[in-house]
Design a protein around this ligand. Structure first.
Ligand SMILES: C[S@@+](CC[C@H](N)C(=O)[O-])C[C@H]1O[C@@H](n2cnc3c(N)ncnc32)[C@H](O)[C@@H]1O
Length: 371
């Protein structure tokens, strides 16, 4: 399947240099400087390929804003504090979070806003969404988290880590082998297992023949970089993403185009690719205290989504009331986004524990024989 310009380029590269890992394929398909999906597409929203929690309801960004402001207070009100969003999409989450925290004394004055975004059309949408907060809070854009200046950190990432490249492995009777992207006799892209055993096997669990596994090296490296900032300067990070119980221990990479499933190799650069996020691996890589993951539904309920929804409904028309109820259900109902989407907090051990995770003890309190 090479039916896109980028598919043709990838197939030519494979013809010249041999099969590539799924992670390399995903990095090209999403990040190729000219043709990558996240370089040019405007994927989020009804007209795009999928929708996201902040686009479903303003309550999502508002409650996350309250969480971030509360963490700032718990940290002792550092100023300046780097407020960072990874992959801000249309800027909706950040706009709602900032609007909801206008009344927190000193918070906005302490903020320095940094947005990590590779996509030009998305940056334009973010500029537009955040226009109302300038010049007091004017965003600085970054290609990567590494260039955000050092200092106390408040970070949020919704549906960002799932777009980072994963390697995929299959357990054969001989041991773990990596799934690669090659070409068939017609030059079309196809999946095939590498002939030899994978050197990554030492990082993979013991498993029965035919088991699958995924490793997201980029996600773990980013979690380590975030953890390093938190350990040195203090701070909190909130990561929300979709992730099943089997994340890391299953083949979860999937493709979506125009709100429909597609083949992973189909039309690279025009198709969204994402994989379940292995939160346990991120928490471990961060090296700092972690809370959760908890279901998005439980998290938002503890943050007060019911009360916020009632407040909005008091000023709403009957039609708006129905829309608020439907959006709320979509965000928290177990059969919708309530359990498939999960929330992880990373933070410094100096500030008090965060809201939203009360039924889960922090990782450092879990006895070592409990896993
Ligand atoms: C799935 S969208 C989520 C958008 C937003 N967080 C939301 O909830 O609506 C992923 C976002 O991350 C950006 N993105 C994807 N990969 C990226 C990367 N490697 N570096 C920086 N931004 C990236 C995309 O352009 C997009 O804004």
């Amino acid at each position: 399947m090479t039916d896109s310009e980028l598919g043709g380029l990838i197939a030519r590269r494979i013809a010249l240099t041999g099969p590539i890992s799924l992670a390399d394929f995903m990095a090209e398909a999403l990040g190729h400087p000219r043709l990558g999906y996240y370089r040019h597409a405007t994927p989020v929203g009804a007209a795009g390929d999928f929708t996201t929690a902040p686009e479903i309801s303003q309550m999502f960004g508002e409650l996350l804003g309250a969480w971030l402001a509360e963490r700032w207070l718990a940290m002792g009100r550092p100023a300046p504090v780097r407020l960072v969003e990874l992959g801000p999409g249309r800027g909706t989450l950040m706009a709602d979070a900032l609007r909801a925290t206008r009344g927190v004394p000193g918070f906005h004055a302490a903020l320095e806003l940094h947005l990590v975004e590779t996509n030009e059309p998305m940056r334009a949408a973010q500029r537009n969404a955040l226009r109302g907060f300038a010049p007091g809070i004017a965003p600085t854009w970054h290609e990567r988290f590494d260039t955000v200046p050092e200092g106390p950190l408040l970070l949020v990432a919704n549906e960002f880590f799932d777009a980072l490249p994963v390697r995929q492995f299959h357990r054969t009777p001989r041991g773990w082998v990596e799934r690669m992207v090659g070409i068939d006799e017609n030059g079309a892209l196809r999946l095939a297992l590498a002939p030899g055993l994978s050197p990554f096997a030492r990082l993979l669990p013991e498993a029965a023949v035919d088991a699958e596994a995924e490793i997201c090296e980029a996600g773990q490296a980013l979690a380590a970089a975030i953890g390093d900032r938190i350990a040195r300067h203090g701070g909190w990070a909130l990561i929300i993403d979709y992730s099943g119980e089997m994340a890391g221990r299953a083949a979860s990479l999937q493709a979506v185009r125009s709100h429909r499933g597609a083949d992973i190799l189909d039309r690279p650069g025009e198709t969204d690719l994402s994989a379940h996020v292995d939160f346990a691996a991120l928490a471990k890589a961060s090296g700092v205290a972690s809370f959760g993951p908890v279901g998005q539904g439980a998290f938002l309920r503890e943050l007060g989504i019911a009360e916020r929804s009632e407040a909005l409904k008091r000023k709403a028309t009957p039609e708006q009331v129905r829309a608020i109820d439907a959006a709320s259900a979509r965000l928290i109902a177990p059969e919708q986004m309530g359990t498939l989407f999960r929330v992880l907090a990373l933070g410094d051990s100096k500030s008090a524990p965060p809201v939203g995770f009360s039924d889960i003890p922090p990782s450092s309190d879990i006895p070592s024989d409990a896993t």
